[in-house]
Design a protein around this ligand. Structure first.
Ligand code: GDP
Ligand code: GDP
Length: 437
């Protein structure tokens, strides 16, 4: 599990500015879940290959009434999920009574606290920070979030500090198995599905103690293949259905998506696609993971209901249906659950496929021959060769001239051409162009 850092502080001290700066990297995932997490914002950051998660909170005013009480609740929830607190104060405004109140509150949590004196641009940093030492925190950083000043070295130090606890995580993971994450809103049936799968398959070893934060990795075998199921649902320590909302964690979902090869997204057939489903799906898509859609609770529906759901999928997920397989299952009764294994394997194989430059270039030539790129100002766009830029998602780098003029429709044509020729299912194909030689 990566360290989870919660940004805490009064409103306007610069929390979201810092959040945006830290999650700006290319692979960052940002989740904003109205209605579910209520004003907590989640993101991932990467610092020279060391990953971490970030939770932004609305802010604490130091007074807990009305809207402030509500925000305080959110903040406490964020703190509970976090491994450390980044406590922001405003270096220009100076120490306030609210800062002191927040300092008292967060000290009681027993979590490591890093004090960030923000907005030190254009002021004397030492002078600005002096009075904040009175708060009694030993780890103090002076930063200007909006300029990026001090931010990199701060994260470096914080991750070093937390390092020992989080170090050997990667090793345990790489055992060559196909890693599957089942994601979905509370109550879509994740636990039911996971229990069914584990009930049928041979679980190789399972004695990981769960904490509230960690996802649990459960290895199992089927038809001679090794899989690892990443349990975000907390199947094994669940006491009642009422705990559903409480145990649902965006942090766990984000973490699982990033660690998985293949994401199986569950939706509830009774609701078709809700906003929350769309948000979760957005995370999986942004991460580029191989994807399968499982529409659960297919049992007991009338045929007109089934038609309606299928139609909803087409309306709401056209882009996803271009590449992701959809299954209509009943986790409760087991129908069609068996189909998921082969689909996971297909998606995995597609997502991890390695294709030689010579073959990709040949496919590119065939595609161009069948359908030329358009003329731009009387000149033709030249696409010369293609090589693979990466796996999961399948990334295709196409070299040529004037590639900045390639219209989206032509890129879609190429994407589909490569997808069909290489028989890729379940994985996105991402095309990038390089102009020059
Ligand atoms: P939040 O309410 O704690 O999330 O605060 P915001 O990130 O929304 O920032 C509040 C205001 O402070 C905005 O106008 C930011 O542009 C400004 N701000 C944030 N960081 C800095 C900084 O490092 N220097 C200066 N001068 N302004 C900053
Ligand atoms: P989770 O929160 O995503 O882990 O969802 P659960 O597995 O706890 O399921 C939530 C509720 O949906 C429970 O009452 C399950 O019995 C029910 N459920 C799960 N799968 C199915 C299904 O395939 N059909 C029906 N009818 N109910 C289901």
């Amino acid at each position: 599990m990566k360290p989870v850092l919660a940004l805490i502080g009064r409103p306007n001290v610069g929390k979201s500015t810092l959040f945006n700066r830290l999650t700006r990297s290319r692979d960052a995932l940002v989740a904003d879940f109205p209605g579910l997490t209520r004003d907590r914002k989640y993101g991932t950051g990467d610092h020279h290959g060391r990953g971490y998660m970030l939770i932004d909170t609305g802010g604490l005013s130091g007074e807990e009434t009305g809207i402030d009480e509500y925000m305080a609740k959110q903040t406490r929830a964020a703190i509970a999920e976090s491994s450390a607190i980044l406590f922001l104060v405003d270096g220009r405004q100076g120490l306030t009574a609210a800062d002191e109140q927040i300092a008292r509150d967060i000290r009681q949590t027993g979590k490591p606290v890093f004090l960030l004196v923000n907005k030190i641009d254009g002021v004397d940093a030492d002078q600005a920070s002096a009075e904040f030492y009175a708060l009694g925190f030993t780890e103090v950083f002076m930063i200007a979030a909006s300029q990026g000043r001090g931010v990199t070295s701060m994260i470096d130090d914080i991750l070093d500090h937390l390092g020992a606890e989080f170090e050997d995580e990667e090793e345990q993971e790489d055992d060559g198995s196909i890693k599957i994450a089942f994601i979905g809103r509370p109550n879509v049936g994740k636990s039911t599905l996971i229990n069914r799968i584990l009930g049928e398959e041979r679980v190789i070893a399972f004695d990981q103690p769960g904490t509230t934060r960690d996802s649990i990795f459960i290895p199992f075998e089927r038809d001679g293949l090794r899989y690892t199921l990443i349990d975000t649902a907390g199947v094994r320590r669940r006491r009642s259905v009422d705990e559903a909302i409480e145990k649902f964690s965006i942090i766990k979902t984000l973490d699982a998506i990033q660690r998985a090869h293949v994401v199986v997204m569950l939706v509830d057939a009774h609701d078709a696609i809700t906003d929350q489903d769309a948000h979760l799906l957005g995370l999986a898509l942004e991460a580029g993971r191989a994807l399968i859609i499982a529409v659960n609770k297919w049992d007991g529906l009338e045929s007109d209901e089934r038609d309606w759901i299928k139609q909803q999928l087409e309306v709401k997920l056209p882009f996803v249906l271009d590449f992701a397989e959809v299954f209509f299952i009943s986790a409760l009764h087991g129908s069609n659950v068996g189909l998921l294994y082969a689909a996971v394997k297909r998606a995995y194989d597609s997502a991890m496929l390695k294709v030689a430059t010579s073959r990709l270039t040949r496919i590119l030539e065939m595609a161009v021959q069948q359908h030329q790129p358009p003329l731009t100002r009387g000149q033709r766009i030249k696409l010369r060769y293609a090589h693979q830029g990466g796996s999961n998602p399948f990334r295709l780098i196409i070299h040529g001239n004037r590639t900045e003029y390639v219209p989206d429709s032509y890129t879609r044509y190429l994407t589909n051409y490569f997808r069909q020729t290489l028989k890729l299912t379940g994985t996105q194909v991402r095309v990038e162009y390089k102009t020059g030689e």
